[in-house]
Design a protein around this ligand. Sequence first.
Ligand SMILES: NC(=O)c1ccc[n+]([C@@H]2O[C@H](COP(=O)([O-])OP(=O)(O)OC[C@H]3O[C@@H](n4cnc5c(N)ncnc54)[C@H](O)[C@@H]3O)[C@@H](O)[C@H]2O)c1
Length: 251
Amino acid sequence: MGQLDGRTALITGGALGIGLAVAQRFAAEGARVILADRNGEGAREAAAAIGENARAVTMDISSEASVAAGFAEAEAAGWAPDVVVANAGVQLFGQDAPIADLELEVWQRTIDVNLTGAFLTVKYAVRTMLALGGGSIILTGSPTAVNGEGKDFTAYSASKAGMHGLGRTVAAAYADRGIRVNTVQPAYTETPLVAAITDDPEARAAIVSRIPIGRAGTPADVAGIMVYLASDDGAFATGATFQVDGGMTSL
Ligand SMILES: NC(=O)c1ccc[n+]([C@@H]2O[C@H](COP(=O)([O-])OP(=O)(O)OC[C@H]3O[C@@H](n4cnc5c(N)ncnc54)[C@H](O)[C@@H]3O)[C@@H](O)[C@H]2O)c1
């Protein structure tokens, strides 16, 4: 028996990286999974590789029309999600910068996806879950939201701080209606997002040297805690932040 038998999960950013690992693990635990990504082709290929319990939806989380259409498509197919992972995000390496050097356009593009995108994903997730009588929402946050980790990434760090605040606010507003909202806070996790670090041996060694467990995170490291939060094991967890970072921010 899987820990997520009977659940239906929608995962934004499901075509790659952390979102893909979460989709694969949720499916292995018995859930039906919807891979929602602006890269519709990548999401379709990844869903086909998972099998019959997976479907893809092309969704740009920064567009309300696109998010609304994606949820409507899932519901029309009988796949209304009782688990939603608001995970898609961008980090504009080479453009995001300390504030004196940060262009408004770079700030805006980051906020549009990471913060407005989380708002829209969670808004439609809550609407769906109110109709279902409850559910679990999981946000992919970041240590840059809570300390100085992201000093060179002003827009990214601010967008993630907004996400953490959004998670707590929504958790408080809907706790009495069976909707739980939690944030998972990975640190350096090797995915295409951080290729600029992974591909630079010096930068990689510098960041790994700051992780007490002594290695980089993997997408699979993040998936495990999300299974817990999506399942009944996490039934009493809401409004919380779960660090999965090899001790980077807590030791
Ligand atoms: N990798 C890390 O070190 C790390 C650390 C902490 C937090 N995070 C967060 O984890 C999440 C996933 O990151 P990742 O490392 O897997 O990234 P990734 O770049 O490997 O994958 C991100 C996925 O999101 C999709 N996406 C981007 N913009 C989108 C949009 N507007 N609408 C829909 N889909 C969109 C991309 O197409 C891609 O499939 C992000 O929110 C990121 O900020 C990552």
